[in-house]
Design a protein around this ligand. Structure first.
Ligand code: GLP
Length: 242
């Protein structure tokens, strides 16, 4: 059973998650972080940036691996996950840019990008702490319903629901890419500590399914139940169906 921590709001949750990450980095300056995009982890990154500044934590040797990337969006597009991770994580925390990795969503990488990314994670010694959000479809990373529990980094088709959910980041829904490259559920499960964050009523079904629903690919987040070290950090609204 995952450890479930219910907090009043996303700010408070961000502080708790940031503390866990800061302690990890203080214990191991070469820590490997798994970082997520989306709005959910933003309070964590902000709180961690403050902690890094206040306590002068050396993050120059920390490595980071993003979960996913859109396919077919130029890397310098403002909403590419390369851009988002650079803005919200690398620059805010002051990480060394060469040590921050995002999967290659370019058409050139179609055959090789998944395996190359897996190899990079292995070479880094694996992810110590993986930050996760969860989609309303129950996806983690971009592992939409139907994703194999053993899957590794690969291309996927986004569901219509996820494209609608993410349309808020684009000028129009049609601009949301149709495909992505994402770490697989098997990849995510190899991280040593999973920290899943979720806020708001819209996430309540996905959180309940992930934490205590049947384990299976129809709700990919339910894979976390098979992991020995999971922290689920949620606000009251997201916890309301537990
Ligand atoms: C996004 C990302 C996921 C994220 C999820 C929830 O599209 N690929 O990694 O956890 O969907 O997003 P949000 O935090 O904005 O609700």
């Amino acid at each position: 059973m995952a450890e479930v921590i219910i907090l009043p709001d996303a700010e408070a949750a961000g502080v708790i998650a940031a503390d866990a990450i800061a302690e990890l980095i203080l214990a191991d300056p070469h820590a490997v972080l798994g970082v997520a995009t989306g709005s959910t982890p933003l309070t964590t990154y902000r709180a961690l940036a403050a902690r890094v500044r206040d306590d002068a934590i050396d993050v120059s040797n920390v490595q980071a691996f993003a979960l996913d990337e859109y396919v077919g969006l130029p890397v310098d597009h403002v909403e590419s996950y390369h851009s988002v991770i650079r803005r919200e994580v690398t620059e805010q925390l002051g990480l060394t840019p060469e040590l921050v990795h995002v999967p290659d969503g370019s058409l050139d990488g179609i055959r090789t990008a998944g395996d190359a990314y897996e190899a990079l994670i292995v070479e880094a010694g694996g992810v110590d702490l993986q930050i996760l959000g969860i989609g309303t479809t129950g996806h983690i990373g971009f592992n939409e319903p139907g994703s194999s529990l053993a899957s590794t980094t690969r291309w996927k088709t986004l569901t219509e629901q996820t494209r609608i959910d993410n349309a808020r980041f684009f000028d129009s829904p049609e601009q949301v890419p149709t495909h992505c490259i994402t770490q697989g559920l098997g990849t995510i499960m190899r991280a040593r500590h999973l920290v899943l964050l979720a806020f708001g009523e819209g996430k309540a079904d996905a959180v309940a399914g992930a934490v205590e629903g049947p384990i299976g690919s129809s709700l990919p987040g339910s894979a976390i139940q098979l992991h020995p070290h999971v922290s689920v950090i949620v606000d009251e609204a997201a916890a309301s169906k537990l």
